[in-house]
Design a protein around this ligand. Structure first.
Ligand SMILES: Cc1cc2nc3c(=O)[nH]c(=O)nc-3n(C[C@H](O)[C@H](O)[C@H](O)COP(=O)(O)O)c2cc1C
Length: 222
């Protein structure tokens, strides 16, 4: 089946996108207003976007009234800085609460009861307990034709990777840090990959190597 994207309304296009790209990791983004008020926002339209420089992208819609720009976006635009975290499965509840439309003068860390940790390279703080954080500066903002939706491209200037999350072979060990991701259509389905559900990269020369350095036979995704 082919579907003409140009003729689709936003909701139908959204459903095709989120039903195809699964599961979607969620960026848990901290920002600060120019007055220093902390803001948190989960963003599922998030992906890696470059290696050198390392870049990520976030797409941000207006608030539920359809016209007001979100505080998180306004903060990124006005300060040029933000921190993108990857949350663990146990952090899904505070992450969801942080999607509430708090008043701009309410610090969301305080409202939700999350502790701020200092970032190294940017002003917005890190979220305590988040195993991975990318401290970012705004590289560019790409507005949609309506002027209300925006893609923010961030350049990562500092990585925080909790050392117990690190894989000796490079990258991180998902089984250890229990990453969360959303799997539509029911956004309450969060996944934590386990070794039993991985399919190792095919290799003609050696058996699959696990992140713990061991070798194991390849198991197929069920
Ligand atoms: C799992 C999840 C994913 C979300 N993904 C997005 C997204 O990709 N883009 C977006 O604009 N809002 C997204 N939201 C909603 C924002 O998080 C929410 O509107 C924002 O935190 C509102 O607060 P603010 O005005 O303080 O920024 C998502 C919410 C949840 C719970």
């Amino acid at each position: 089946m082919f579907i003409d994207a140009e003729s689709l309304d936003a909701k139908s296009a959204y459903k095709l996108l989120i039903g195809s790209v699964i599961p979607r990791p969620i960026a848990w983004v901290s920002t600060e207003s120019t007055d220093g008020i902390g803001n948190l926002a989960p963003i599922s339209f998030f992906t890696v976007a470059g290696r050198k420089p390392p870049r990520i992208s976030l797409s941000i819609q207006p608030r539920s009234d359809g016209v007001t720009l979100k505080d998180s976006f306004v903060n990124m635009r006005d300060t040029g800085e933000f921190v993108t975290h990857l949350a663990t499965l146990p952090q899904v509840l505070p992450l969801h609460i942080s999607a509430s439309e708090f008043e701009p003068d309410e610090d969301e860390f305080d409202a939700i009861g999350l502790k701020k940790l200092p970032s190294l390279a940017v002003k917005p703080p890190r979220i305590e307990g988040a195993p991975i954080a990318f401290e970012c500066v705004v590289d560019r903002i790409v507005p949609a034709p309506d002027g209300l939706n925006h893609m923010v491209i961030g350049r990562v200037v500092q990585f925080y990777i909790r050392t117990t999350s690190t894989c000796p072979a490079g990258g991180s060990t998902p089984v250890r840090w229990r990453p969360s991701a959303v799997w539509p259509p029911n956004t309450r389905w969060w996944t934590t990959p386990s070794c039993h559900h991985w399919t190792a990269k095919p290799s003609h020369t050696s058996p699959a190597a696990g992140c713990d350095g061991s070798t194991r036979t390849t198991r197929t995704t069920r």
